[in-house]
Each structure stands twice: as structure tokens, then as C-alpha cells.
Design a protein around this ligand. Structure first.
Ligand SMILES: Nc1ncnc2c1ncn2[C@@H]1O[C@H](COP(=O)(O)OP(=O)(O)OP(=O)(O)O)[C@@H](O)[C@H]1O
Length: 222
């Protein structure tokens, strides 16, 4: 039986315009991610990891090439459709958390559902408890530690039950203890929900836990 990939990127190039020249950041990248698979993206600073992750997650568009997620070509979608898709089918966790400061933990977790005009109170509860923030559900982001913020962001990223979760250095702003708690949690939830996980990391220890590691050198896969 042929397995359907959750994500397929084909011949991606990305350049950015700089004044009167342009800079080629990614060249001819093709890759796929299987359902439930954990893929780590590694490479030196400036090699293009974050740029690649943004393209795979539909946060930005490649200059050429295609990104197909759950059978839909993100590069052929309007910005409006893409925005909806990001709320419903794609989870994203950033190094710097990106929580909404005026919303509580619970409201942040509910946010992707509210955009889709859905309510799943039991799922929200289950996720808030899974990230061990039941006692902090009414706190605002500025009242939380870094680890608590990132745990909130993980619950939010999973609340719409996406088939794939992207994380850009999710433990980069955390101390060792919080980093390992956040990673353990992410891996537990990945298994529970059978979510594919694509993580950009500098941490070889974290990459070791991955099913597969992809390395970028100067914008190319090696
Ligand atoms: N919007 C942009 N405009 C111009 N250049 C950009 C833009 N975004 C990224 N770049 C350039 O693309 C290259 C790759 O950046 P990217 O952030 O993807 O690297 P990275 O591998 O994630 O690095 P780090 O590990 O330091 O976060 C860098 O040279 C960066 O300056």
C-alpha cells in the first residue's frame, strides 16, 4: 500500500529582493513528511532553516516550486484561504511563543477554534490539563514563566487537531529543565494525536529523538 505523505515540497526556491539585487536563500529543495513522523531540520545559522519552515507551513510563499499539504497545494491558494488553512490544518510553535497578550491561557488555546467558529470545550480542557496548566487557565501570558508560555503555545497549536505541527527552535528560549519538559510533552502529544512534527533545532540531543534529520547547507539539502 502506498502511504499518502502529509507534506510534499517539490523543487522549492526562495529568493528575497534586497534593494537592487536579490539573495537566493533556498535552492531546489524537495522533501516529504509521512503521517505521524518526527523530522528535525538542522543546519548552521543563516543556512535557511526558518525560511524553509515558513514555506512548509504556509506562512510565506516560495519563489518557485510547490508545497502540498494534505493533498492541497499551498502555493496555489489565496492569502485568505491560506490563513484559514493555517488555523485549521497546521500547528505552529515559535521560539518566542507568540501568545496573544490580552487573552488568558484558556482563551489563547481556544483562539484557533474561535476563528473557525467551533467550540470543543472538552478538547480544550484535556489539552490544558495535558500541558499541566489547569491551575493557570485564567492567567495572562505576562504572568507565566517561559516554560508555561511555551506549554500554552503547544496546547494552542494542537487544539484544531492538525495533521502536522511545525516548531521553530521551540526550546530556544528555555532553560535546560523547561526545555526537556516541553520536548517530552511535545513528543507525548505527537504520539497521542499522531501528529507529524517538523522541528528546526540547533540541539543535537533533540535531533537524535527524531525519526529523520534533514540538514541544510547554504540553502540546499545535503
Ligand atoms: N525577509 C528576508 N529578506 C531578506 N533576507 C532574508 C529574509 N529572511 C531571511 N533572509 C536571509 O536568509 C538567510 C537564511 O535565514 P534563516 O532565518 O532562514 O536562517 P536560519 O538557518 O533559520 O538561521 P538561524 O539558525 O540563525 O535562525 C539569511 O541570510 C537571512 O539573512
Amino acid at each position: 500500500m502506498m502511504t499518502e505523505h502529509v507534506l510534499t515540497a517539490t523543487n522549492i526556491d526562495k529568493s528575497f529582493a534586497l534593494d537592487d539585487s536579490s539573495i537566493d536563500v533556498l535552492r531546489d529543495i524537495s522533501l516529504h513528511v509521512n503521517p505521524g513522523e518526527f523530522v528535525a531540520i538542522m543546519g548552521k545559522s543563516g543556512s535557511g532553516k526558518s525560511t524553509l519552515l515558513s514555506l512548509l507551513a504556509g506562512l510565506d510563499q516560495p519563489t518557485t516550486g510547490s508545497v502540498v499539504l494534505n493533498g492541497e497545494d499551498l502555493t496555489a491558494m489565496t492569502e485568505e484561504d491560506l490563513a484559514l488553512k493555517r488555523q485549521s490544518d497546521i500547528g505552529f510553535v515559535f521560539q518566542s511563543f507568540h501568545l496573544i497578550p490580552t487573552l488568558t491561557v484558556q482563551e489563547n488555546v481556544e483562539f484557533p477554534l474561535s476563528i473557525a467558529r467551533e467550540r470543543h470545550p472538552e478538547r480544550v480542557d484535556r489539552l490544558i490539563n495535558a500541558v499541566e496548566l489547569g491551575h493557570r487557565r485564567n492567567s495572562f501570558p505576562h504572568q507565566l514563566s517561559g516554560g508555561e508560555k511555551q506549554r500554552t503555545a503547544i496546547a494552542r497549536a494542537l487544539v484544531a487537531q492538525p495533521k502536522i505541527l511545525f516548531a521553530d527552535e521551540p526550546t530556544g528560549n528555555l532553560d535546560e529543565k523547561n526545555a526537556s519538559q516541553v520536548m517530552d510533552l511535545l513528543l507525548d502529544l505527537q504520539k497521542v494525536f499522531n501528529t507529524a512534527l517538523v522541528i528546526v533545532t540547533h540541539d543535537p540531543g533533540l535531533a537524535k529523538m527524531a525519526d529523520r534529520t534533514i540538514t541544510i547547507v547554504d540553502g540546499r539539502l545535503v
